[in-house]
Design a protein around this ligand. Structure first.
Ligand code: ZN
Length: 204
């Protein structure tokens, strides 16, 4: 059964509430469920988040096998392969919700801020590449007078949601037709709390 965007949103954030309070239910992680879903997946949401080891998707939303279609990289930086994965989740898997998740004290944002100040020391050419994709947000924040790492992270999440909708016609059309909602959110490492920052589509 496919959920509406509002139902999927509720399920997502109720799971996070359980995680925050420590009342985890660890749903759908048993052998029986594993066997049941082996032939077909029907996740209720897609998540694109930072790779940070503390941002474990199924744990922080207290969900189980087959629940989330997860895409992650350092600093949740959009790329064509990420767009393809998210389009797949919408077109083929019919997810009603995409959540884009950043978090406080993000290493990728920190590295980009260091790069902007000419202080980033790395020999990885692809680290440079990743950082350069976040750099426009850091520069815009600096011009607007907002400079803290967490403020920049929030802006980066919002920019990523906008970029997703402007680059993927398929995802933008799904939002316009009411089949999909896209939510940008941030996660507080110490509290385990996810806070919504921006939403496209109907979630109420
Ligand atoms: Zn991060």
């Amino acid at each position: 059964m496919t959920l509406t965007p509002a139902q999927a949103y509720l399920k997502f954030f109720e799971g996070n509430e359980r995680f925050i309070s420590g009342a985890l239910s660890h749903p759908r992680q048993d052998v029986e469920h594993r066997t049941e879903i082996a032939e077909r997946q029907a996740p209720f949401a897609a998540l694109f988040g930072c790779s940070d080891s503390r941002l474990s998707a199924e744990i922080i939303f207290d969900v189980g096998l087959g629940d989330l279609f997860v895409v992650r990289n350092a600093g949740q930086v959009l790329a064509e392969t990420i767009l393809g994965s998210l389009e797949y989740s919408v077109e083929v898997l019919k997810v009603p919700l995409i959540v884009i998740l950043g978090h406080d004290d993000c290493g990728a944002i920190d590295a980009t801020m260091q790069a902007s100040a000419g202080e980033l020391k790395t020999e990885g050419e692809f680290i440079q590449n990743l950082v350069s994709r976040i750099q426009p947000t850091v520069e815009a924040a600096r011009l607007a007078g907002t400079g803290s790492i967490d403020e920049i992270t929030d802006l980066h999440v919002k920019d990523t949601v906008s970029e997703l909708l402007s680059r993927s016609t398929l995802i933008d059309s799904a939002v316009r037709s009411g089949k999909l909602a896209v939510v940008g959110a941030t996660y507080q490492l110490a509290l385990g709390k996810v806070t919504q920052l921006v939403t496209f589509g109907e979630i109420n």
